[in-house]
Design a protein around this ligand. Structure first.
Ligand code: IMP
Ligand code: MG
Length: 168
């Protein structure tokens, strides 16, 4: 495992993003929507940097087998909150081809939120197939497969504190 982003750098970045959200959503009451499972640790840390009134919800999607994008995305667990006329911030671990987040955006738009933006910890822009606007980005990373801090390889390594490049 080669460490790409250390725990303290992640923590600093999460604080920065939290500050921006506090400023951008001052006097608002957004819903943070986490994309499971990968975003759960980022969500937990980001949420604790939010000082404005905020609500939290999650959805689960299935899009990957091992390291390969299947290109097929489906929601396996839906939101419990009604997002109609609400300010929604989608919280993702990583945007790679953009297919997953694009699918989720299109799906959530049909529920008529007042606003909908994406907050992703990691951005692998080299491999983008569908261009999606990313309002909050933690780190732009090269086209490597990363694990840790919630991100997995075949459901393992989510527990690692640093983000690293998985060995083959
Ligand atoms: P996309 O649909 O290609 O943008 O892929 C996004 C999803 O694939 C993310 O939500 C992750 O769950 C997963 N993914 C993409 N790249 C990585 C990686 O490097 N490590 C772990 N998961 C990844
Ligand atoms: Mg994910």
């Amino acid at each position: 495992m080669n460490i790409l982003i250390r725990e303290n750098a992640i923590s600093k970045k999460v604080k920065e993003i939290g500050k921006k959200i506090n400023k951008d959503y001052k006097d608002k009451n957004p819903i943070l929507v986490g994309v499971l499972k990968g975003a759960f640790i980022f969500m937990a840390d980001l949420l604790r940097e939010i000082e404005i009134p905020v609500e939290v919800d999650f959805l689960s999607i299935r899009s990957y087998n091992g390291k390969e994008s299947s290109g097929v995305v489906r929601i396996t667990h839906d939101l419990s909150l009604n997002i109609e006329n609400r300010d929604v911030i989608l919280v993702e671990d990583i945007v790679d081809t953009g297919r997953t987040i694009n699918y989720i955006i299109e799906n959530l738009k049909t529920r008529r939120p007042k606003s909908l933006v994406v907050c992703t910890l990691l951005n692998k822009k080299e491999n983008r197939i569908i261009d999606v606007p990313l309002t909050y980005v933690g780190f732009d990373i090269p086209y490597v497969f990363v694990v840790g801090y919630g991100l997995d390889y075949s459901n393992k390594y989510r527990n690692l504190r640093n983000i690293g490049v998985a060995d083959d």
